[in-house]
Design a protein around this ligand. Sequence first.
Ligand code: SAM
Length: 271
Amino acid sequence: MERTRAKKSLGQNFLVDGNIVSRIIDAAQLNADDAVLEIGPGRGALTSRLSASSGCVVAVERDRDLLPVLHEKLAEVENVEIVHGDILRIDIRGLLSERRPGRWKVVANLPYNISSQILFAFLECRSLISRMVLMLQKEVGDRLVAGPGCRDYGILTVLCANYFDIERVCLVKPTSFRPVPKVESAVLRFRVLQSPRVDVGDEDLFRKVVKAAFGQRRKTLANCLKSLSLVAGEAVIETALERAGIDGKRRGETLSLVEFAGLTREIRALL
Ligand code: SAM
């Protein structure tokens, strides 16, 4: 079959390194009872190995041109369902729970241009997932494991830290892909925690507080939190900061997860 040209707009850098495929499959620790969701199967570099190691695979691919390639490659395989769709628009909860109850594993070499959005989407439906093994741009991986005060520490770091245990499995050189990307990559393993690491009191408010705190990195925390005015006025924020023992002159990126949680609970208590 004629090969389709890789589409940059869809983050298409196909994995051609069998060793990295094996590292990803090993990190997922699959067994015959596992149901796996693959995001962006591409030309199927991971898909057939996933199908051989698990009970079933649902693979969501946005590029219609790749569907015949996948169907041909997986013609002999019975436990893979290819779904044509955009992972950011699909009802992920419906997709998974309609097919199989229980928790799924997510395995993917992500399209890098939307990897943060995909992570936010999976934070929302983490109750349906036990673990994820994801290939990401190295910089995004660095952000996910950064500590307070580091340049890489951000919204995604704080939100993910509360719900996942994250470890880096390996770094991946650009030459492991075709076409060869300009950036380095990393494989990360996310284990979904049984319960959040800290009690934030109100998850929706927690997300808003974290987003506001990182809104403008050069501003003080107190100034950044003014953008929460529709939820909590200045007086509430001031009192909450005081009660949480946090100096409003600090920058948002210096707050630990525990401090963000404490601040959220204090704001909640004052509303
Ligand atoms: N898994 C393949 C591999 O490792 O060779 C392909 C990985 S490639 C980095 C990313 C894949 O995600 C591409 O096949 C691309 O078409 C697909 N993709 C891009 N955006 C998507 C979206 N919003 N929903 C589902 N798939 C998407």
